[in-house]
Structures are given as C-alpha cells and as structure tokens.
Design a protein around this ligand. Structure first.
Ligand SMILES: Nc1ncnc2c1ncn2[C@@H]1O[C@H](COP(=O)(O)OP(=O)(O)OP(=O)(O)O)[C@@H](O)[C@H]1O
Length: 167
C-alpha cells in the first residue's frame, strides 16, 4: 500500500536496495518475489508491498517498529512517503472510512490471512492499536473499537485461511 520514500523509520534506514513495493519492479516472477522478500527479511524489513497487498513476515522477535513515534509518523503521512507497514494499512483504512483524501465515507475491510503462527493475531492487534491512536478525540469510535478489542472472539474476525509458506 505504501512504497519506500525519502523519510524512513530507523529500522529501514540502513540500506534498502530491496524494493519496498515489489510490484514496481520491471520483472516480477516467483524467484524475484521470494528473493526480494528474503532480502528484506534479512534486513529486518518485515513489511513489503506487492501492489495493494501488504506482506508481513513474522520476525519472531521484538523489533522497534511499533513505538508511539512510529505510529505518529504513519498517522497522516502521504501514501508512498514511508516504508510499508501495518500502520500504513490501518491509516489508509481509517482515512478512507471517514471519506478523507477525496473519497466518500465508506466501510472498510482488511483481510489478514496466513498460515498458523504467521502473525495474524499480532497484526490485528497492531492494526487496532494504530486505529485507536488515530481516533483519539472521537470517543464514539474509540468505544466501538475498545469493544472489539475486548471481544474474546477477536480471532473469529480474522480470516484464518491457510496460505503456502515458502520462506
Ligand atoms: N510483528 C511481530 N513481531 C514480533 N513477533 C511477532 C510478530 N507477529 C507475530 N509474532 C510472534 O509470533 C507468534 C505467533 O503470532 P500470532 O499468534 O499472531 O499468529 P497467528 O497467525 O494468529 O496464529 P494462529 O492462526 O495459530 O492463531 C506471536 O506469539 C509472537 O511471538
């Protein structure tokens, strides 16, 4: 959903020949795609765009990607100016829901899919965390999201389809 640009969060600052949006590459086949994802993963760049799809790779370790500062950066950024991130997806859905950036207000749906242990639950929590930050001041929306967060059936809101794991 977003591509690499000028301003980058710290984790992406140290060199990034591997493209943030693989769909922007002139040639894209399975080998290029897997190579690009692998290269980024080795640099701890766990998020990669492929056009409108965000690929999130599970780092299985805490990374400094989710702090308040990073969340702030992604709240009102222009599409394409920051590296791919789950917060960018959340921001895009949030602003589109409210009809900002040109469109009319519309319900939004984010499908989070992956094999067991891929990180769907964590991604959902991060998505909601960022949306909570975005809707500070909108108490009705905040309450609605808090209700979702407290819902023990949160997992059932996630599409748990099994995808092929290549890496
Ligand atoms: N972004 C992340 N950063 C660090 N660790 C993560 C991240 N995402 C997932 N993990 C780690 O991977 C584990 C499994 O993730 P999670 O529970 O989200 O997977 P899941 O896809 O929901 O699995 P299942 O379908 O089996 O419920 C987490 O407990 C956490 O330790």
């Amino acid at each position: 959903m977003v591509s690499l640009g000028e301003r980058r969060p710290p984790a992406e600052a140290a060199g990034d020949e591997a493209a943030g949006d693989l769909a922007a590459l002139a040639e894209l086949d399975e080998a290029v795609l897997l190579g690009g994802l692998r290269e980024r993963f080795l640099r701890q760049q766990v998020y990669t765009d492929i056009g409108d799809i965000l690929v999130a790779m599970n780092p299985f370790q805490p990374l400094p990607l989710y702090g308040r500062e990073v969340s702030k950066q992604y709240q009102h950024h222009e599409t394409g100016t920051l590296p791919p991130h789950i917060f960018a997806v959340a921001s895009r859905a949030y602003h589109a829901m409210l009809g900002r950036r040109g469109g009319r207000p519309q319900s939004q749906c984010v499908v989070i899919s992956g094999e067991s242990g891929a990180g769907k639950t964590e991604s959902t929590k991060l998505l909601l965390q960022h949306i909570m930050n975005l809707c500070k001041g909108n108490s009705q929306l905040e309450q609605q999201i808090l209700q979702i967060k407290q819902n023990e059936f949160l997992d059932y809101l996630i599409f748990k389809s099994v995808s092929l794991g290549f890496l």
